[in-house]
Design a protein around this ligand. Structure first.
Ligand code: URA
Length: 182
């Protein structure tokens, strides 16, 4: 994982790196059973170089606590390791360029369970054009490039839940499903 982080740090092929302040690689416990993959660093994450440290991260911590977890029990990363300027969406070219790094990240961390937060990373990693409201909560065995089938579930992004609290119920169902797999 340290080598992968160094490789990303040395990688100059992606324009997102040029405008970002820091590489945002991971947080939590790399040996944890659960790997959580968010969307992209925000302003706070870019400033500190750590995923999910701002208000959205604090909300995620509450969601984890609701099933008895904290950051020592999960490993956290994002689909994009650099904050896009103005939080714009990544281009198809950037996604294609960064996907192999994320696949390698998953392979090296080798979690037993993968949770994807948000529609954008869910569509790419689950190779589906379905809306997140349709994709969420369903466990699927996904091959992240090494032939290993890892049980994977997408759920609603905590930033979306902060804007749409009525959806928290569905997200809680998803996390409850995760709890039952631990
Ligand atoms: N939103 C994300 O998807 N990731 C972060 O690290 C912070 C906010």
């Amino acid at each position: 994982l340290d080598e992968l982080k160094s490789a990303l740090r040395a990688f100059d092929g992606c324009a997102l790196k040029k405008t970002a302040t820091n590489l945002v690689f991971s947080d939590g416990n790399p040996a944890a059973d659960i790997m959580i993959i968010g969307e992209a660093p925000g302003r706070d994450e870019d400033r500190l170089g750590v995923p999910f440290v701002g208000a959205v991260g604090q909300f995620l911590d509450h969601m984890l606590a609701s099933i008895g977890l904290d950051r020592s029990g999960v490993y956290l990363t994002n689909f994009l390791p650099w904050r896009p300027p103005g939080n714009r969406t990544a281009t198809a070219e950037e996604i294609d360029m960064l996907l192999p790094f994320l696949y390698r990240h998953i392979q090296l961390a080798n979690p037993n369970l993968v949770v994807i937060l948000g529609g954008a990373p869910a569509k790419i990693l689950l190779q589906s054009s379905d809306n997140i409201l349709k994709l969420r909560g369903r466990w699927q065995d996904i091959n992240f490039g090494d032939g290993v089938l890892r049980p994977t579930m997408a759920s609603l992004h905590p930033a979306y839940l902060m804007r749409s609290p009525a959806q928290k119920r569905q997200a809680f169902d998803d996390w409850y499903g995760l709890y039952h797999r631990l």
